[in-house]
Design a binder for this molecule. Sequence first.
Ligand code: FES
Length: 124
Amino acid sequence: MMGIPQPAFYIFKCQQSAPPGMPKPSCVSQNNPESQELMQHMSQVLMQKGIIGTVQPIQTSCLNRCQQGPVILVEPGHTMYVGLTKDKITRIIEEHIIGGNVVSEYVIADEMWGEPVPPSAMAR
Ligand code: FES
């Protein structure tokens, strides 16, 4: 039986913006006008490529790597991309999402993205 297919990917885009005047860095920033257009750009590229639906863009709040924003997290794969621009997002869609190859230049540094701690090791 053919069911409704799962999405192939979810792309979580951090849309957190710090309140005006706050020195804290954030993925959407008044100091970086392009950062305010990245979510819309990502959705447009997914639509242009005809892959929206099997690829679901999701707006999230903080993903806890604010110093390196703008960031996205691609699932499955647990791939965190940092320091994003429109051009970098287009390339990630073309090469990773469609092409199947992680764009390693834009992936967060290993020391900032160590192996996860299994909840079973932490649970009380
Ligand atoms: S504001 Fe985007 S990761 Fe924290």
